[in-house]
Design a protein around this ligand. Structure first.
Ligand SMILES: [Zn+2]
Ligand SMILES: [Zn+2]
Length: 667
């Protein structure tokens, strides 16, 4: 006898062997028709899975309304895509075909170089296969049988995977759909028609077999599928919008940064314009730091390996670090993966008393991480980056106030760049686990302080148990950009580990004349300059607000007659500290204005003979194309006001919901 608990609290009993589909039919034909997959005790399975014949299980029948169903359908669609590719091209070898955040891909090895010109034919073939509505059938095989099946299918990559990646599994599963047979865990939908017609191939890219760059390169076809065409259409629009904003494209077009293979991948070369944006942003952050009682420090880019052995960053994080630099006689250096140990040594450079605390040490510190080459992307995934880093050393009693300061500063910085849509993710400890350092009482106090601070600042904050690092609770800012993508940027993390006896043994002398242990806070409101500016480029679509724009104003002359006046105007703006250029070419005015627009320069000043006579300028606004005639002094005052208020005028509102899927940002 099997007892099946259903989500509505009802229980059904079966004495015959049953599948989730049988249970659905038992409940009603409507549900049996609507069910896409099932979850047995929380594990997603196909509808044809055999339920145990005795005992108790919880069963949930998943319909299109359940998010898990979409993944099942998309992976089924990946099989259909692979089947279509094998029908259309010769010698196709299959690698992996998983679902990803907004769709799925399949990696193929084949002589033909796939391109988007092939997409239509593949999609047509997929539609034909779906129309036949053949079932997805699961077969289970022993390892040996599985290897021989994959050999018979001439699929050496699958053979290799069974022999290496799946060496622990005694029984493996395959799914058959018509002539297509693939090694696969599943689950799948019942038959092809469940997939529907709302699927689309998106792009093709190179990918190494098992992500290993010493192995052969495969062709990865990205695609997506939705339950209905309206969702697919909306998704495609979002992808197009994101493409238009791609910081890698805009960064090149607007001369902001470059990456040169001879320098190395993942290493950003900031062009003058990009460096200007960065310097302006840094200047703003420096002002905030000074105002908030931080003191600047500077530290080198390398440190002896012993420093990182003490901090625990080596060898613990060594697979994400560059290999040590070997010097003579046991002297080894590491490119610094973190600034914290250096700042700790500044703290320890002299005895500290409670009067020194809180001590806030700030540095735009460049760190290096050896990210896998396949994961590098423009400025958002890099190997060298500069954190707007600081470390606060304080007493237990000061933690809440310091948290407040850090969170307020992050809010201030985000406000200045027009990012209004964000939430705070609080990473707390898992009360069941004992992996954490620091006393339970300290954790309780710190977690309560974090919640309290967020509440009092009116911040949307969600606490996630088990998301803290072992060394302390944290608050991560998750920012939604103007096309709805989420980015994890700033972070504030408490640390009970580095100050501890086992690490650096930090101390201060208290009012009682006794040594005490300070708490350490790591915080970076922007995260890294590279990533933050990469996100900003996309957020603003390259059109920075006036205060950040690398070129704020361009002076264009109506004709050569006004060049002298134009240069005088330019000179006066320059004298006021504005980033201004002049276009005095003998071109048509329209062409000059268009160039200025394409460069996304916030204001274009047009001057002609009448302006010269009246000491006026005509100011053209990039955002709305409005033109107004102002005296030169009024124009300067207008720009100065907009700059000093750090006004952000051009960000479109709206939320479309793409994500970058990146989470961890631990120190
Ligand atoms: Zn599969
Ligand atoms: Zn740190």
């Amino acid at each position: 006898m099997l007892k099946v608990n259903l989500p509505d609290g009802s229980v059904r009993e079966f004495s015959e062997p049953v599948t989730p589909l049988d249970v659905a039919q038992d409940i009603g034909p409507g549900l049996a028709k609507a069910a896409v997959a099932a979850a047995i005790d929380g594990k997603v399975v196909g509808l044809d899975t055999s339920l145990p014949q005795v005992g108790v299980v919880s069963l949930q029948l998943l319909t299109k309304r359940d998010a898990e169903s979409l993944g099942v359908m998309r992976h089924s669609c990946a099989h259909i895509m692979a089947r279509a590719v094998m029908r259309l091209f010769d010698d196709v070898q299959l690698a992996f075909g998983p679902t990803i955040e907004n769709g799925f891909y399949y990696d193929f090895e084949l002589p033909h170089a796939l391109s988007d010109e092939d997409f239509e034919a593949i999609e047509k073939e997929m539609a034909k296969i779906i129309e036949l509505d053949e079932p997805f059938e699961r077969l289970e095989q022993t390892r040996d049988e599985s290897v021989s099946i994959c050999r018979d299918l001439a699929q050496p990559l699958k053979v290799e995977h069974i022999e290496t990646g799946l060496a622990e599994d005694d029984v493996l599963s395959f799914y058959r759909q018509g002539e297509f047979l693939d090694l696969c865990r599943g689950p799948h939908v019942r038959s092809a028609k469940v997939i529907g017609r709302a699927f689309k191939l998106l792009s093709v890219a190179g990918a190494y077999w098992k992500g290993d760059n010493t192995r052969q390169q495969l062709q990865r076809v990205y695609a997506t599928a939705f339950w209905d065409k309206a969702d697919l259409k909306e998704y495609i629009q979002r992808v197009e919008e994101a493409k238009k904003r791609d910081h890698r494209v805009l960064g090149k077009q607007l001369d902001l940064f470059t990456i040169d293979p001879m320098v190395g991948s993942g290493l950003i070369l900031w062009m003058p314009k990009g460096a200007t944006v960065r310097a302006t942003l840094e200047g703003f952050v420096r002002e905030e730091l000074t105002r908030r009682g931080y003191q600047p420090v500077n530290t080198p880019h390398i440190g002896r390996i012993e420093l990182y052995e003490t901090s625990g960053h080596y060898p613990y994080y060594s697979d994400s670090q560059f290999a040590p630099i070997e010097m003579e006689k046991d002297e080894r250096y590491l490119l610094k993966p973190m600034n914290c140990p250096h700042h700790i040594k500044i703290y320890q450079a002299r005895p500290r008393s409670y009067r020194d605390l809180p001590l806030r040490l700030a540095e735009f510190g460049t760190v290096y991480r050896n990210e896998k080459s396949g994961e590098l992307s423009g400025m958002t995934r890099v190997r060298g980056f500069t954190q707007d880093d600081a470390h606060i050393f304080c007493t237990e009693e000061q933690v809440a106030e310091e948290f407040r300061g850090c969170i307020e500063m992050t809010q201030e910085v985000l406000r200045a760049v027009g990012m209004k849509d964000y939430r705070v993710r609080l990473g707390f400890r898992d009360p069941q686990s004992d992996k954490y350092v620091g006393s339970e009482a300290s954790w309780d106090r710190a977690e309560a302080a974090l919640v309290e601070v967020c509440e009092s600042l009116g911040l949307e904050a969600e606490a996630e148990a088990g998301e803290a690092a072992f060394y302390g609770p944290k608050a991560d800012f998750v920012v939604t950009d103007c096309i709805g993508r989420e980015w994890q940027l700033g972070t504030v993390q408490l640390d009970y580990n580095l100050p501890s006896e086992e690490r650096f043994g930090l101390e201060y002398i208290g009012a009682d004349n006794q040594p005490h242990r300070p708490v350490m806070i790591h915080r970076a409101p922007l995260g890294s300059m590279e990533r933050f500016i990469g996100v900003l480029i996309e957020h603003f679509e390259g059109a920075f607000p006036l205060w950040l724009a690398p070129e704020q104003v361009r002076v264009c002359t109506v004709s050569e007659k006004s060049e002298e006046y134009g240069r005088r105007v330019e000179q006066q703006l320059f004298a006021k500290g504005m980033r201004v250029t002049g276009d005095y070419r003998p071109e048509k005015l329209g062409a000059k204005i268009r160039d200025s627009q394409l460069q996304k320069i916030p204001y274009t000043i047009v001057v002609g003979p009448k302006d010269e006579a009246a000491d006026t300028v005509s100011v053209r606004d990039r955002i709305d194309g409005e033109q107004e005639t102002l005296s030169l002094l009024d124009a300067i005052a207008k720009f100065e006001a907009e700059i000093s208020e750090r006004r952000v005028r051009q960000v479109a509102e709206g939320s479309l919901g793409l994500g970058d899927g990146r989470r961890s940002n631990e120190y």
